[in-house]
Design a protein around this ligand. Structure first.
Ligand SMILES: [Mg+2]
Length: 239
């Protein structure tokens, strides 16, 4: 029996909307900035210190300030510690209002109808990620025990350890697991190293043709992802 694991952030819902709202509220029209570039820079800078913060060597506030300040710096702008924290607070508040698109809901519904087992494998603090899952109402399609969060295990994607924990938690084997995720390094490289199949939701059109590690399948948007899931449901996995 196959299990399709979905990454949470930017796979099951779009992180940019709460990010954009927080940005507009704190910085308004002050900078000439592409919000996607800032978001990407913040993600890269966040990855630099993610492990330090997760194991408690860097206080959370310091991590929050670091990743957004460095992201602004990368684009040539400076923001204060206070602005960075105000932005973070608003971003977290807006995350309390996130939702899944109808396409994603229909996709999970289809998996349920066809008895395809689904799970979530996500990097982040356990309480924070589970709260988001609750706001998104993923429990309508994915049982709590199928949700695997790095914070619970102290090991994160792309580390193979988290994929092994996911296999044990759901009682399955690598050959029967597929990961669907948006982050090339964490999701695709991580899954392939763990011996899983990997489907890449490449929303920003990132070019990885030169890379050794390639996904088994690539989609560019939710509609294409839905079509892939439907084909798995109707015809089985053909990767
Ligand atoms: Mg993601």
């Amino acid at each position: 029996m196959i299990t399709i694991f979905f990454d949470l952030d930017d796979t099951l819902y779009d992180q940019i909307e709460p990010f954009r709202k927080a940005y507009d509220a704190v910085f308004g029209n002050r900078f000439d900035i592409d919000i996607y570039q800032l978001f990407e820079a913040r993600s890269v800078r966040g990855d630099e210190v993610f492990e330090l913060a997760q194991c408690g060597k860097m206080p959370m506030d310091e991590m929050h300030i670091y990743r957004i300040q460095k992201a602004f710096e990368d684009l040539g702008y400076v923001v204060t510690d206070e602005e960075a924290l105000r932005y973070q607070k608003l971003y977290e508040e807006n995350q309390g209002k996130i939702s899944m698109s109808d396409t994603v809901k229909k996709m999970l519904e289809l998996c349920n109808v066809y008895n395809i087992r689904v799970g979530i494998i996500s990097n982040g603090p356990s309480g924070h990620q589970r709260k988001k899952a609750k706001v998104l109402n993923v429990g309508a399609w994915i049982p709590e025990e199928h949700i695997v969060i790095s914070g619970d295990y102290g090991v994160s994607k792309p580390n193979t350890g988290l994929f092994l924990h996911a296999q044990r938690q759901l009682g399955t084997e690598a050959k029967d697991c597929i990961l669907v995720g948006d982050n090339y390094q964490n999701d695709i490289v991580g899954a392939k190293r763990a011996g899983w199949k990997a489907v890449w939701l490449n929303k920003r059109g990132q070019d990885i043709r030169e890379e050794v590690c390639q996904p088994d399948y690539e989609v560019k948007n939710e509609a294409e992802l839905f079509a892939w899931v439907r084909s798995v449901c109707e015809r089985g996995m053909e990767l």
